[in-house]
Each structure stands twice: as C-alpha cells, then as structure tokens.
Design a protein around this ligand. Structure first.
Ligand SMILES: [Zn+2]
Ligand SMILES: [Zn+2]
Length: 354
C-alpha cells in the first residue's frame, strides 16, 4: 500500500509498504477514507520530535472504516465508520482511570500513531487499543466534519474543559491557527461574556472575522492594551495560549487578570521564562501539557447537534499520491491554506507518481 514515510531528518517520502496486519487482540485495522496534515508532522520532519522513529508512516489525523478487529475489541466492528484518536491508551492504568490518557503507562501509550508506530497518511492503519482509540461517527456526520475530532479538535476541547470558563468571563485565545480555531469553537460552546482572539496573520484575522463575527480580534502588538480596555478586572479571566511563538507565553500571563487560569496548549521550540518575581502576587494558575484525548464521543455529539463545525478549516484537498504537493502548500502556508484533507489515492496509482 501507499504510505508517506519519515525517512530521516528533513525527509518524508511516498513509499510502498505491506498492508498492516493485526498484532494484538486489542488492535483494529482501519481503511483510511480521509486524513490530514498537522503541524506536528512538520515538527517530525524537522527533527524536533526526538521520539519519532525513522521509517514510520506519518499522519495522526484521520477517519476511516473498520476492516478487521482483534478478538478483544468490543466497541467497534468491521464496517463501522470511525474517528481515530491521536492518542493510544489502555483505559486501565492509573492515569487512564483518571482521564489523564496522555500519560497512559502502556508502552504504546500517548502519541504513538504516526510518531512511534505507523500512522494514517496511508491507505490502511493498525490502531492499537481500538476500544479507546476509535469512536463511531454518527450517520449524519460526514468524514470531513469528523476529520479533526481525534487531534486538534480534541485538543481544543480538552483545553477548554480544563480552563474553568464561566459565562461571566472574558476569554483570551492567543493564536488562530487550526488548533486555535478549534479551541475557539469549543470555548464558544461555553458561552463566555466575551472572546478575544489575538492573531498576527492578516489571512487568519480575516478568517475569524468572516466566520465568527461576534469574536473580538486584536494583533499581538496591541494585545495587552486591548485586553485591558475590554475586560473588567485588569485582564482576561481565562487565557488559552495556542500560538507558541517567542512572545506568546509572556503575553499569555501578562494579559491575565490576577487569579486567572492560563492554559498553555502551545508546543514551544525553546524553553520559556517564568519570571516569578514579576508575577508575584498575581496568583495565577497555569495548566500545561498535551491533550488528554478521551472526549471524542462527546465532541462527535456536539458536531451532530450542529454546535461545532470545523469544515471551514478544510481549504484544500489532495489524493494521497499527491501528498507531497499538499505538504509543500501546508508547510509554506500558501494560497490561504488552513488545513488540507488527504483523500485515498486516485487509482490506479501509476508507478511514476510514487
Ligand atoms: Zn496533530
Ligand atoms: Zn493507560
């Protein structure tokens, strides 16, 4: 089958691999019907994910149809249309039982798909711990509507869930990239008094203004003043940092009011300074980390009810055999790209395109 493979630092390649087979009774084999490219894939390409194993098929955002299940799998069966969770988790260990599935102590636990084991930029994918890793998609929800449920939408949902947002709050979201928008959509479901999005890119600002006219938008340079002017208690009640730039961490706590919750969703390339003397007395609560992706069923329900719609994020579509063009577009942020949907290869795949 055709797969997009991490060869070595700086290099992904379309390669041929055998179709995966079940290795464990908890596994499922899924035929990928739609996938996507995530910024984390680019992090792997650039060598900033040390855990990533050369030779693995990349891709961890996908939906598909279950083709085969191991005998211990009980929540999905062949023929089911499913969203695949970016995280693999056993559901039984200390952390899983508390919902902290990102820290599942299973050897395959956490972000394994498309990082440490073969992922979904391929025609088929083997999903370990399928009872936890797959969620059936309701009939009325399309593949495109469900595409981001297992990764960036799960991240936005988790970040919103842990941020203790109330209807009285002014919420600041820093960054309106794909994960920032997913976070925004989940925050909107909490109906806070006011949502402010801070973003630099004119294209992304335009996107937010066009699709979410009730959301206030500011640019990083004037963000602090804007938030002070438009909040009642000297800053945002809740800040979600989804940008991960060199300035955005500082901006996140500076724009927070005393006793605010500051949730750090971003993945930084460099260490960040926590200047405790300067922030002394502000009594902030920081929440940090990677998504605990255990809410996919609830997210799919919100999509089914029309409360979350991420389809405007899909700006481009390519078949798997043309994924190199898709990466080029996504990586270089050309043509107003936000997210790319990767369809099954156009068959028959001729040898020239491989
Ligand atoms: Zn991702
Ligand atoms: Zn576990």
């Amino acid at each position: 089958m055709l797969t997009y493979t991490y060869m070595e630092r700086g290099q992904f390649e379309l390669t041929d691999k055998p179709k995966p087979m079940l290795k464990d009774e908890h596994d499922a084999l899924v035929r990928v019907t739609l996938g996507s490219i995530c910024t984390s894939d680019l992090h792997i390409k650039h060598g900033s994910v040390p855990r990533a194993v050369p030779g693995i098929t990349v891709g961890h955002e996908m939906v598909g149809i279950v083709e085969e299940v191991g005998k211990a799998v009980c929540t999905v069966k062949p023929g089911d249309r499913v969203a695949v969770n970016v995280e693999t988790f056993c559901g039984e260990c200390f952390f899983c039982r508390r919902g902290y599935v990102n820290n599942c102590s299973d050897p395959n636990g956490g972000w394994a798909l498309g990082c440490r084991i073969d992922g979904g930029q391929a025609e088929w994918v083997r999903v370990p711990h399928a009872d936890q890793g797959l969620t059936c998609i309701p009939d009325s929800v399309s593949d495109e509507q469900a595409l981001f449920v297992g990764d960036i939408l799960a991240t936005g949902f988790w970040a919103t869930r842990i941020s203790e947002i109330t209807e009285e709050d002014t919420v600041l979201i820093i960054g309106a990239g794909p994960t920032g928008i997913c976070t925004l959509l989940c925050v909107m479901c909490k109906h806070p008094r006011r949502i402010i999005v801070c973003e630099q890119s004119p294209e992304r600002i335009r996107f937010v203004r066009e699709h979410y006219p009730d959301v206030w938008v500011t640019e990083p340079a004037g963000c602090r003043e804007f938030v002070m002017q438009h909040s009642e208690h000297g800053g945002a009640d809740v800040v979600l940092e989804v940008a991960g730039t060199d300035d955005s961490f500082r901006q996140a706590w500076e724009c927070a009011r005393p006793n605010a919750v500051v949730t750090i969703v971003a993945l930084y390339e460099h260490p960040q300074l926590l200047p405790l003397p300067t922030m002394y007395g502000k009594n902030l609560t920081f929440k940090t980390g990677g998504v605990d992706g255990c809410d996919c069923a609830e997210i799919l329900r919100l999509i089914e009810e029309g409360k979350i719609d991420t389809t405007p994020l899909i700006t481009h579509r390519f078949p798997l055999n043309r994924i190199e063009e898709a990466y080029d577009l996504f990586e270089n942020k050309r043509d107003g790209v936000i997210k790319v949907a990767i369809l099954p290869p156009v068959s028959p795949v001729s040898p020239e395109v491989r």
